[in-house]
Design a protein around this ligand. Structure first.
Ligand SMILES: [Zn+2]
Length: 159
């Protein structure tokens, strides 16, 4: 067994790291890459260094590949000149203790829930947990910021 507990932002979750890692190896592409709009490509370019270190450490420990989001969307410019992002990832495990607060970090909010409509086929089974986040990331693409909404961000696909 490779189930261990991890704490982040006041949440306590159990994670089956080995199973999660194996499932991520079977996923070919992240949601950002499948969409391919500028906002999503920017996420792919910046996610591995743009997320808070403790979040990246949680991903590493849980076996979650940050480049393989189930869904990500860019929501426009923030007051600090960053881009607002939201999205979700999945892993195998269980929520042990929910946090009263959605967020404990400025610019990064995280919560956990049961699977939503955008769950990948690889995670459509008992024991899947949805990780939801929203954050602000810098724009790093050479391409100019394009204000068109992400095509993946359609109300019908929202959970
Ligand atoms: Zn997109």
């Amino acid at each position: 067994m490779s189930v261990k507990q991890a704490e982040i932002a006041g949440w306590l979750v159990s994670v089956d790291t080995e199973r999660t890692r194996t499932t991520y190896e079977s996923i070919a592409k992240g949601g950002w890459e499948i969409c391919g709009c500028a906002g999503c490509r920017n996420f792919g370019a910046v996610v591995r260094r743009g997320l808070p270190p403790e979040v990246l450490a949680f991903f590493r420990g849980a076996g979650i590949d940050p480049l393989k989001d189930a869904e990500v969307y860019e929501l426009g410019k923030t007051s600090s000149g960053m881009r607002a992002y939201g999205g979700e990832y999945y892993f195998w495990g269980k929520v042990e203790k929910a946090s009263g607060e959605l967020s404990s970090k400025p610019k990064f909010r995280i919560s956990f829930a049961s699977p939503g409509a955008l769950v990948r086929p690889e995670f459509r089974a008992k024991g899947a947990v949805r990780l939801l986040f929203d954050t602000a990331l810098p724009w790093v693409l050479q391409a100019d910021y394009h204000p068109d909404p992400c095509p993946a961000e359609k109300p019908t696909r929202k959970s």
